[in-house]
Design a protein around this ligand. Structure first.
Ligand code: PLP
Length: 471
């Protein structure tokens, strides 16, 4: 038994660390050991219980209502507003889109999304047959109300805004978007998956936060993730509707079989009670006053980081951050991909974002309370200096030509093996990543979005094929 757990720990040691504050994407670290301990113990205690039937597991019902109650208070929810616990931001978004579609009479539904909206909305459109109308953002990276108005029509079921956007960390003009939606008879969803548990505290700390909650007339639903800035274990988000009537189309019920009558408020049917118990336990441990302190620490770090980036000659902010997400890019003296590799070698995980439209490639940083920002800045300054010394990355023109010759809609295994060989990587099932990713990221950066999707899908599929040999 203990041997199995020892092997598990050994396997995990190769992963990005989820505590310690050195992973600036994917994980959120409060730095409060007791919150981690209690949250994980709660997940374990409820790992076998089943949220499918809250009458059999009444403690899950009680915890869900308590977690929702805490959240409703944070986002100025009016009396009658209701929350639902989901498995993550994507499920919250999927349900918001499905509910908007099902509540509308259109047979050709569309949703209107700023180009910076999270891809979960693209996925929802794909799954539920809703056309996704992407509206380019303004030069300040925020949704463009005029262009949004032009994209909306009688078949629009949903207008989306982010609070804030993941890629650039800025807030969309929610009052304008909500007014446009209301005029068109459409719903307005605010995607606060990443900002929802930090922006209310930013406001209490006296920072300028543009309006985004249910205070804004016309906002129908808000998603906010407990497994992000509520620092809960993974698998917990919340979708809040202004009224229970707006939530109603989210339910799926059927008695058309000989077994139990199925009634599901979410996509899952059997669902572990673990994430809910984990979120409940972390909220009880950190408490409202604790979240305020965590936000104070995190924003102090954001301010120091912004000042350091502004003071550096070779790097610059993509946008002045409205929240706790920072994106920066380089001038022509160096490459963000080199900086990412150098930071990784120094024990910091930062996330490259490829160029998109006029936006150059940049690095995304999700700041958590546990990040030692001064140590991060020191490592970043050293990495930038070294990257400038190495100069910008040049991708072999032969490889560029090869990629350009490929058809993304029909990328074969042979094409992929050819590309791996060209970049000096071994193919086959046991495909591994090189220590330095800069060349590969630079190659992806010059590929079209369709080619990036095709290459990374084939790559992911290859990773998921080495199954017999792994056994
Ligand atoms: C703004 C926003 N929306 C939605 C999501 C999707 O959340 P998840 O990865 O939990 O499914 C994210 C994730 O980062 C996000 O930042």
């Amino acid at each position: 038994m203990s041997d199995v757990l020892a092997r598990l720990r050994a396997l995990q040691s190769a992963d990005a660390p989820d505590t310690g504050g050195r992973t600036l994407a994917y994980v959120y670290d409060s730095g409060i050991a007791e919150a981690d301990r209690v949250g994980r113990a709660a997940v374990a205690a409820y790992a076998g219980s089943n949220g499918l039937d809250p009458t059999a597991f009444p403690s899950l019902l009680q915890m869900e209502n308590e977690v929702c109650g805490f959240t409703l208070d944070l986002i100025s929810a009016p009396p009658g507003a209701v929350g639902t616990l989901t498995s993550g931001g994507t499920e919250s978004v999927l349900l918001a889109v499905k509910g908007a579609r099902d509540a509308h009479s259109s047979t050709k539904p569309n949703l209107v999304l700023p180009s910076t909206g999270h891809p979960a909305f693209h996925k929802a459109g794909h799954y539920f047959g809703v056309e996704v109308r992407i509206v380019p953002v303004r030069s300040d990276h925020r949704a463009d109300p005029e262009a949004t108005r032009a994209a909306v029509d009688a078949d629009t079921v949903l207008v989306v805004g982010s609070a804030p956007s993941y890629a650039h960390g800025v807030m969309d003009p929610i009052p304008e978007l909500a007014a446009i939606a209301a005029e068109a008879g459409a719903r307005c969803h605010v995607d606060a998956c990443i900002g929802g548990f930090v922006l209310p505290y930013a406001q209490r700390l006296g920072r300028a936060v543009p309006p985004w909650t249910f205070e804004v007339a016309g906002v129908s639903s808000i998603s906010l993730d407990l497994h992000k800035y509520a620092y809960a274990p993974k698998g917990a988000s919340m979708l809040v509707h202004r009224t229970s009537e707006l939530r109603r189309p989210q339910y799926f019920a059927t008695a058309a079989w000989p077994g139990y009558t199925l009634v599901n408020p979410t996509m899952q049917s059997t669902k572990s009670g673990g994430p809910l118990a984990g979120a409940w336990a972390v909220l009880q441990t950190i408490t409202d006053a604790g979240y305020l302190e965590l936000a104070r620490t995190t924003f102090a770090g954001v301010d120091r980081l912004v000042a350091a980036i502004n003071a550096s000659a070779a790097i610059r902010l993509v946008a002045e951050p409205d929240s706790t997400l920072v994106a920066f890019t380089t001038d022509s003296s160096c490459d963000v991909f080199t900086i990412a590799d150098l930071m990784h070698a120094a024990g910091w995980w930062v996330q490259p974002q490829l160029s998109y439209d006029a936006e150059p490639a940049n690095l995304h940083l999700t700041l958590s309370a546990a990040t030692d920002v001064d140590a991060f800045i020191e490592a970043l300054e050293a990495a930038v200096e070294e990257a400038v010394g190495r100069g910008p990355i040049v991708v072999d023109p032969g490889i560029v030509k090869f990629v350009e010759s490929l058809d993304p809609s029909a990328l074969s295994d042979a094409d992929f093996d050819g590309l791996l060989a060209a970049v000096g990587m071994a193919g086959g099932e046991g495909i591994g990543l090189p220590e330095e990713m800069a060349q590969i990221n630079a190659l992806l950066d010059i590929a079209s979005p369709a080619m990036r999707e095709a290459l990374l899908t084939v790559f992911m599929d290859r990773l998921l094929r080495a199954q017999r040999s792994a056994h």
